[in-house]
Design a protein around this ligand. Structure first.
Ligand SMILES: [Zn+2]
Length: 357
């Protein structure tokens, strides 16, 4: 369709048509792409027909609205294809599961004494949908419910939730983008790990407890520059971490000390990330006490480090069915479009139909 800029009505219709045809994931995406330049969009006939069905349903509902004698409308009658759509509950259930996992990971940080008040945050990602679930900002842990958690897309746009996401969300998102093998991130200001971050020292591998989880020292980022602090601080924190891992596998060192700030940890699941945060705190405390006992303590041999790390890694179960088949971080709708597999059912899983009497 050709979208003339001057014709706002046509533009609005085109945006919704393009959205329904699966060309964009959100109204905002469609607006960004379709305004203000002229664009030509060719909807897939299959998907366009579904849009027409939906439009018929919309008209039916619109003209019946507020009329006491209006006939009851059944979605399936007006839009028979809807019967073939996979149940909406299935996708919501996925998000519900992830909300519960992320809430449990956040509570684990509190239970283990890693978090005071509202410091710290944990998140998780459903790679298939590129949806991130994160703790809301400023809600006391003891009152937090799964529905309080915020669901965003990989760009940080809120998909579900009425509360503000944690202010560290941009850092989490940078990590999810850069490290496709991770499924959860946990950030704390836990005392001992933060002490090392503030001292701007990597934690040397002084024993096998450390070697079981981190292959080599716990890495430290470079401090941010004044310019990086002034603008896009949280994003730049993420970039500083990613730069530190330029030549290092993120799952071989599942956490980092951000200089002058504190630890960020990750894992294949939110629970895994929280677990690593707990372990890192213990490793940090042990290392401080080791150095107090013997300031000349040295790292264990590379051979012993390697043996412990890889033996422990092999023994860990793969618990995350969601992220087992890791895919590039590309929104599903765009990926499907690129592969020519954009089907109506995939598109309309995202469409919330109104409750029909
Ligand atoms: Zn912090």
């Amino acid at each position: 369709m050709l979208v003339p800029q001057a014709d706002v009505t046509s533009l609005g219709s085109a945006i919704f048509a393009a959205l329904a045809a699966g060309a964009f994931r959100t109204i905002e995406d469609a607006q960004t792409a379709l305004c203000p330049e002229y664009r030509v969009v060719e909807p897939e006939p299959e998907a366009a027909r579904v849009y027409e069905d939906l439009y018929a349903l919309y008209r039916e509902l619109y003209f019946a609205f507020g009329k006491p004698d209006a006939p009851a409308v059944e979605v399936g009658k007006i839009c028979p294809r809807s019967a073939a759509w996979p149940p909406l509950q299935e996708e919501l259930h996925e998000t519900t599961d992830l909300r519960e996992e992320v809430l449990a990971a956040n509570l684990e940080l509190v239970r283990r004494g890693l978090v005071l008040y509202t410091f710290g945050n944990a998140s998780g990602i459903a790679r298939d949908e590129s949806l991130v679930v994160i703790k809301p900002s400023g809600v006391p842990y003891e009152k937090m419910k799964p529905e309080d958690l915020v669901v965003t897309d990989i760009d940080g746009k809120i998909i579900e939730g009425t509360l503000r996401p944690s202010s560290d969300l941009p850092t989490h998102l940078i990590l999810y983008r850069a490290f496709p093998g991770i499924g959860g991130v946990a950030h704390t200001h836990s005392r001992h790990a933060t002490a090392w971050a503030q001292a701007q020292k990597e934690i040397p591998c002084l024993g096998t407890t450390h070697a079981d989880y981190f292959h080599g020292p716990v890495p430290l980022t470079k401090p941010l520059t004044p310019k990086e602090i002034r603008s896009g601080y949280e994003v730049n924190t993420g970039h500083a971490i990613v730069r530190r891992f330029k030549n290092q596998q993120p799952l071989h060192s599942p956490g980092v000390l951000v200089a002058g700030h504190g630890p960020f940890c990750w894992g294949t699941t939110p629970a895994d990330a929280a677990h690593t945060a707990v372990i890192l705190e213990e490793i940090a405390a042990m290392a401080l006490e080791t150095i107090t006992a013997n300031p000349k303590a040295i790292s264990i041999s590379k051979h012993l480090q390697k043996k412990h790390f890889f033996a422990n890694m092999a023994a860990r179960p793969i618990t995350d069915r969601r992220n087992r088949d890791l895919l590039p971080v590309v929104p599903k709708s765009l990926r499907a479009r690129a592969e020519g597999k954009c089907t109506a059912s995939k598109i309309f899983l995202r469409t919330r139909l109104p409750d029909v009497p």
